[in-house]
Design a protein around this ligand. Structure first.
Ligand code: ZN
Length: 272
């Protein structure tokens, strides 16, 4: 396989991988909305259970108040009947007080009864409201769940096709090892796993690379990785950049040449 062909294939693979990783991401994220809706439904359910317990307690209170009230009414009526049997003033006064007390108790209970009736009624209204809310929320959860399920199976289908497609890139110079490495680079470098060098500069991380290294990339004999950002590199001719590249080579040759003129290499022996 020609090196240019390998680079072209890697670029294609990069496109497929980008779509693949986006799909994988979506598949993870999709059920999150549903989870939020389900949590809200659970919360409404709990509130309903709580409200229902309070409502039942209020109904019990109301029943007990009604019994007490009926008893109070009977007590007053009995006392009133006894009035006909009274013969002395003292008995009359005692009975009159009894009737007054019974009537006061009756009125007090009646007041409590009305308050409790109102409370039971309000609980009933709130429970109905919550029931409707629960039905709506449950519908929403069910709708969302079936929508997400359909979407998920569609995405999983696309993903499995893409996975099959991507693996088919493993052939010739694109070994399994290179494929795995490249997948990781594309994933970690946000979809950019193969980048050009312009002049001496890696277009992935914009760091100036050593001339000898750039020469190796230009010769395109092996797959080279940027020593700084680990992306796969290829050389791309661009206006101006090539000139800059040549100028750097000349500068280095002058520097190196100049150095050998002035410094005896044996002077470095101690250091090496
Ligand atoms: Zn780089």
């Amino acid at each position: 396989m020609e090196e240019a062909e390998v680079f072209a294939k890697l670029s294609q693979l990069q496109e497929d991988l980008t779509v693949r990783f986006a799909l994988e991401d979506e598949i993870v994220k999709l059920p999150r909305d549903l989870k939020v809706k389900q949590e809200l439904l659970d919360k409404i359910n709990l509130e309903y259970i709580d409200e229902h317990a309070h409502s039942e307690a209020a109904k019990d209170d109301l029943r007990s108040l009604r019994i007490q009230y009926d008893d109070a009414v009977h007590a007053r009526e009995n006392s009133e009947k006894q009035m006909e049997l009274i013969s002395t003033q003292r008995e009359f006064e005692a009975l009159e007080k009894e009737i007054k007390d019974a009537a006061a108790k009756e009125q007090n209970l009646l007041k409590q009864l009305h308050v409790k009736e109102k409370q039971v009624h309000e609980f009933g209204d709130r429970l109905t409201e919550k029931e409707q809310l629960m039905i709506l929320q449950k519908q929403e959860v069910d709708n969302e769940a079936s929508k997400i399920e359909a979407l998920l199976s569609e995405k999983r289908n696309q993903l499995s096709k893409l996975e099959t497609k991507c693996v088919q890139y493993i052939t010739g110079d694109i070994t399994e090892d290179l494929y795995n490495k490249f997948c990781n680079i594309v994933k970690n470098k946000k979809g950019k796993g193969i980048v050009p060098i312009h002049g001496l500069v890696c277009q992935g991380c914009h760091i100036v690379l050593p001339i000898q290294f750039v020469n190796d990339v230009r010769s395109a004999k092996d797959i080279e990785f940027c020593p700084y950002c680990s992306r796969i590199l290829y050389y791309e001719e661009v206006e101006g950049a090539d000139e800059q590249f040549r100028k750097r080579i000349e500068d280095v040759e002058i520097e190196e040449g100049g150095l050998s003129d002035f410094v005896d290499s044996s002077e470095f022996d101690d250091l090496l």
